[in-house]
Design a binder for this molecule. Structure first.
Ligand code: GSH
Length: 202
């Protein structure tokens, strides 16, 4: 059988696909896509905004957009999530959506502010994005027990851990968020996290 191929870059959003495949004990290949390669017409036919991650499935289908990749993987490998039609499952989707729109996209709005507003307003866009992120992180921190869905680790924990890795000032972020601080420490010890980060020498 063909293997999954995760197209991405070592520190980037492709980590979530690698964490989930590793947690599900599924072999995959990692294909590095440089910024230049992502701009090529060939890659744009697969991912129109030149973004990674892209997941190439064993049947040849490619999937872009992180949330779509996560949904594909949790449907394929149900051990990564609570059963369907449970209240935990509803919370899984809620937190995935929240992390995607407020935190993941928030980092993007801050680090690439010039893409979202004219020069004279770009800095303000970054500040607003950072404020939104703080609201999301504070809410998540208040509800962590010790994982996002309670006592059982699930796919959304890997997602949350991945985005915290991008914070420009992680010490400051965690300084007033005790639960999030403990969560990050727990996730650093996770088997899949350690294996994937080691594979990239991170
Ligand atoms: N909505 C996309 C966003 C993906 C994204 O922003 N990827 C970043 C790397 S983590 C990227 O490719 N950035 C290059 C660029 O924006 O040109 C998703 O969720 O997959």
């Amino acid at each position: 059988m063909n293997k999954y191929v995760v197209m991405g870059r070592p520190r980037a959003g492709s980590l979530i696909a690698e964490f989930l495949l590793t947690a599900a004990n599924v072999e995959y290949e990692f294909k590095n896509i440089s910024i230049d390669e992502a701009q090529q017409e060939d890659f744009k036919r697969t991912s129109p905004f030149s973004k990674i991650p892209v997941l190439l499935c064993p049947n040849g289908q490619t999937i872009f957009e992180t949330i779509a990749i996560v949904i594909h993987l949790v449907e394929k490998f149900p051990l990564l999530v609570p059963q369907s039609s449970t209240s935990e499952r509803n919370l899984l989707w809620q937190y995935l959506a929240m992390i995607q729109t407020s935190i993941y996209a928030g980092y993007h709005r801050q680090f690439y502010s010039h893409r979202y507003a004219p020069k004279d307003a770009a800095e303000e866009v970054g500040i607003l994005a950072a404020q939104d992120r703080e609201v999301a992180y504070t809410y998540i921190n208040d509800n962590l027990k010790p994982y996002v869905l309670g006592k059982n680790k699930s796919a959304v924990d890997f997602y949350l851990y991945m985005v915290t890795r991008w914070d420009p000032n992680i010490d400051q972020l965690l300084s007033n968020k005790r639960n999030l601080d403990s969560f990050v420490a727990l996730m650093k010890e996770d088997y899949a996290v350690k294996k994937v980060l080691l594979s990239h020498k991170l």
